[in-house]
Write a protein that binds this ligand. Structure first.
Ligand code: ADP
Ligand code: ZN
Length: 518
């Protein structure tokens, strides 16, 4: 087989051109490097290992979790003239011996194998002197405890580097947040510079993230722009899906609830109506979505904070699969964030898990609070990137920024002086010079920061605090009581006092003059 990737693409697969980063990845591996490939489903990961396997001498070993998927791939490759086979436990003795003869005769381009089969002594022994072009781990998130589909058999793959030291290793997945990714790379010993992330952008989806004020009215205003269209409204609780669906019904919408507590028949009926009819709004918990294949979902609304940026991306990604304009709207409030914080802290999960959960929540808050392009923030989270998109709320309606260096210093120094264990409300009480009992009982009326924040109203202070939490200058405590403390970044900020620009708080504009006066 000729070694040129483009020739292989055309002659074997019949495609004209590579997509996105495919060519870069393929050339990188052909040169003998490792690669970590993160691309959404349908992005074209298979070619990223198949073409280097064809271009390099030796047989490509592909580790895949499901026999059915392997067989599909093998059949499709066979039709394209590629010599591929799957080694699995279903093979009878005769077929197995024939397959091993092919392997040893160098007659295969690609061999698919499940991790438990590969890691058996007999298999490893059989492969010992077989020249390999590469070892590719498909669905690599199954390796990670932090991933959503951890499989113990995958864990043994951490030895691949020792077993095949001279063979390029590839890990491919569609779902991996930062901790998952780091874990996969460290287990498979793949360097940072061997990472390729791409193809996450969904340009036809318009993102809007708004503070929760009057959620029902906000939802109604949003739905008014989407009359007669199909869409999903996500809520956190089962009860809320039912109440919201009923209320939307009264407002003249074809709205149905969907949650895991409904019996199967009712769920199937809801799903069926959504798929077949036009203009149905499903008000659902996250139980809804898997297996939904409706190309013309025009909107997705979140009435509560999604579980993470990944979850947000997946849930909003159900809109606009047909490539036509679609809209994603999320409402969020500090109450949601505090509640989520409490869930994390009160859970029985091990500390390491909680740490990851906290990071995910912070990242989500960062996305919600950003004054810059949402799409860019979203893609950056996946290590992908774009130019400011012109199709999100902050691009279309850039928030005004203001110099918040002084109020930020006030808030941080107030937190520092009061011992870094009080929550947002109390800190604001001190800044506003409140004479409430808690302030007086703690002697906080004696602090130098007492009453220095009177130029701003309470809602403005809340907005400022939310933004500096999102910037990681301060963080909520790990005990879950909502106490705020300075992060390392916050301490540094207080020392160096750099200029800090924040989104202008919405309720009442603040001017530079009033900030300077204080
Ligand atoms: P993934 O494994 O990332 O979900 P696949 O490798 O199955 O995605 O590819 C998704 C689809 O896109 C397949 O039908 C594949 O043949 C097709 N495809 C991949 N790369 C290209 C390309 N460069 N040009 C055209 N079609 C492609
Ligand atoms: Zn944008």
């Amino acid at each position: 087989m000729a070694g040129d990737p483009l020739k292989i693409l055309r002659s074997v697969y019949g495609y004209d051109a590579f997509r996105g980063q495919q060519e870069k990845i393929i050339r990188h591996v052909i040169e003998g490097n490792n690669a970590f490939v993160l691309m959404p489903t349908g992005g074209g990961k298979s070619l990223c290992y198949q073409i280097p396997a064809l271009a390099r001498p030796g047989m490509g070993l592909v580790i895949s979790p499901l026999i059915a998927l392997m067989l599909d791939q093998v059949t499709a490759l066979g039709e394209a003239g590629v010599r591929a086979a799957a080694l699995n436990s279903d093979l009878d003795g005769e077929a197995r011996r024939a397959l091993w003869r092919q392997i040893h005769a160098g007659e295969l381009d690609l061999l698919y194998v499940a991790p438990e089969t590969l890691m058996r002594d007999a298999t490893l022994e059989g492969l010992r002197n077989v020249p390999l072009s590469l070892v590719a781990v498909d669905e690599a998130h199954c390796l990670s405890q932090w991933g959503h589909d951890f499989r113990p058999h995958y864990r043994a793959l951490a030895d691949l580097g020792q077993i095949f030291p001279a063979t390029p290793r590839m890990a491919l997945t569609a779902t991996a947040d930062t901790p998952t990714r780091a874990e996969i790379r460290s287990l498979l010993q793949i360097d940072e510079q061997d990472c390729f992330v791409a193809g996450f952008d969904r340009p036809n989806i318009r993102y809007t993230i708004t503070e929760k004020a009057d959620p029902r009215r906000q939802l109604l205003a949003f739905l008014n722009e989407h009359r007669e269209e199909s869409g999903i409204v996500y809520c956190l609780s089962k009860r809320k899906t039912e109440e919201t669906a009923e209320w939307l019904g009264e407002q003249g919408y074809e709205a149905i609830a969907y949650h895991g507590g409904m019996d199967r028949a009712a769920r199937e009926k809801a799903q069926h109506r959504f798929q077949r009819e036009d203009g149905v709004v499903v008000v659902a918990t996250i139980a809804f979505g898997m297996g939904i294949d409706k190309p013309d979902v025009r909107f997705v609304a979140h009435l509560d904070l999604p579980g993470s940026i990944e979850a947000y991306y997946q849930e909003t990604g159900r809109a606009g699969r047909d490539g036509l304009p679609a809209e994603a709207m999320m409402l969020y409030g500090m109450g949601d964030v505090m509640q989520r914080n409490r869930f994390i802290e009160e859970s029985d999960a091990p500390e390491a898990r909680k740490h990851v959960e906290r990071q995910k929540l912070d990242a989500l808050l960062g996305l919600a609070e950003t004054g810059h392009c949402r799409r860019k923030a979203l893609l950056n989270y996946f290590d992908d990137d774009c130019e400011p998109c012109g199709n999100c709320d902050t691009c279309l309606n850039p928030p005004e920024m203001f110099d918040a260096s002084i109020p930020a210093q006030m808030a941080l120094s107030c937190m520092y002086r009061s011992g870094e264990r009080f929550g947002q409300a109390h800190i604001i009480d001190i800044l506003l010079g409140s004479r409430n009992e808690k302030v007086l009982a703690n002697g906080h009326d004696k602090l130098s920061t007492y009453g220095i924040g009177k130029d701003y109203t309470r809602p403005i202070w809340r907005d400022i605090l939310r933004q500096i939490i999102a910037l990681r200058l301060i963080a909520t405590d790990s005990a879950g009581h909502g106490g705020l403390h300075l992060t390392e970044k916050g301490v540094q900020f207080l020392k160096e006092r750099p200029t800090l620009m924040l989104r202008k708080p919405r309720p009442k504009p603040v001017t530079n003059e009033s900030a300077a006066r204080s």
